[in-house]
Design a protein around this ligand. Sequence first.
Ligand code: M6R
Length: 611
Amino acid sequence: MCGIVGYVGSGQALPVLLDGMARLEYRGYDSAGVAVISGDAVTVVRKAGHLEELTKELAVMEVLGSTGIGHTRWATHGAPTDGNAHPHRDCSGKIAVVHNGIIENHDVLRARLIREGHSFSSDTDTEVVAHLIESIIEEESCSLISAVTKAVHVLEGAFALVCIRTEEPGCIIVARQVSPLIAGTAEGMGLVASGIPALLAYTRDIVSLEDNQIGEIRAGSVRLFDFEGDEIPVSTVRVEWNLEAAEKGGYEDFMLKEIFEQPQALRDTMRGHFDRQGRVKLDDVHWKPGVLERIDKIVVVACGTSYHSGMMAKHSIEHWTRIPVELDLASEFRYRDPVLDDRSLVIGIAQSGETADTLAAIRFAKEMGATVIAVTNVVGSSITRHADAVIFTHAGPEIGVAATKTFLAQLVALNTLALYLAQERGSMSRDKMTETIDAMNALPEQVKEVLAIQGDVRRAAKRYAGAADVLFIGRGVGMTVAMEGALKLKEITYIHAEGYAAGELKHGAIALIEPGVPVVAIVTGQKLYDKMLANVEEVRARGADTIMVAPRGDERARALANELFEVPSTKPLLTPVLDTVALQLFAYFVAKEKGLSPDKPRNLAKSVTVE
Ligand code: M6R
């Protein structure tokens, strides 16, 4: 969480900072601030609220200087007020720091620094860093980089730190432990940020800091050091996303744009994985010798929407490979004492590649001897460095906080992995493999057909935008869709929603049904179709209104629906790819009906880099 930008160069820092902060605002938007070195002082301007509040404030000020840092905040310690917004300063006001993460020992450090005479002006964990650096510089008369190198040994927790000091203009010092940080250079400038979109206007060659690294950023140069102060080589990764891809492209919201980009996201994610002979290729995935033959169980770990793609993967992997699959919320996984060894394959799914719980889960799995494969959308993200192998989804940058196109891309990437495992272990007939690949290849065009029913979805959204509760029910992979549909609705519309296994309803949740409660029912899976319709009858008998996601032309479903979302037919295990699109649109249109911003739902951040 939190967006960080730093600029050092020959031009003015402020416009670059504000531009980058706008592109990263999805990471946190409860307050924002900038610090710019102007002569022998640091000018700091901070404002609670969205970035536009800060921009308004800056519009009537003159903040000049060519070294600066900026921050959009997602509060962890201290309410989202002007005073708690970053950057934070030391007592002298000459050092300014922005931070993403949590300093776990902040209270001990704060007490110590207060005893030493420092005075604090915020409730944040971050402010201790500014005072700590100040106290090291006072004690040792050292440079900012030396002080930061010392400070990181004292700080506990997760941090991406970006620091400037008036006595050292022309230089930004950064440090990373767990929280993501990238850097880059362009003509006459050095840049640092917590996410790729902030740098794309200037460079596509990105330096990703690894854990326990310090960076010194100057105009035209990035140098890296380990926490002992030893210089280490810098390597860059070329990011193919362009700036336009990271902007709205004429859509009202990023979320809508990203929903409509899904056909392309699927095509790009599948590209190169299926050859003309009906074989699945994972050429970029390098397995350790013997691993594929050895696997006797698979464990999937992820959070949020990525967890839902893992739910779907459990169905397809078990069905196609006959390897047992366990599914775990990453935040629970390592605390339940799971049984893992060198015959276990752990699949870690994280669109951002930075989710703290998922990273911790896969680190734990590796310690237990398991092979770890990551599925992520972000090249150079932390998960790519922790895993033994990586499958990339190629969905392009996703800015809307609610995951949409990255979810669909995960579904096809995970199905591709499942088919590959089935092929390598000989558990699937050639005919079935070919049929399934053909069905996968048809999905991008079929998603377009689902997007074309947006009129029906918008009408239903208008009708039910006032609902207090919505139940989503499904069976088999339809339950994945129900869970994801409910998550999308609750996170962007604030309506209470629950995804439920339809067969479980009568064991409790059916008590929630009263006249007019909307129930969204996923009835596309052929195997359990009759059972699903029976569950729909049960809720209708108790007065529920039913919104049905059903195969096109299904008259039985039509007869039972108050609202009907018709989707094209595909193989049962692939139905989540199509059904989910209708429910993403439903959540989006309900949010718009309620006048809410789908891109920036309250209390959420795009990338959850704290546990
Ligand atoms: O980057 P990740 O895929 O690991 O993110 C996991 C969750 O934080 C994320 O899916 C979250 O639930 C989204 N808000 C869902 O729309």
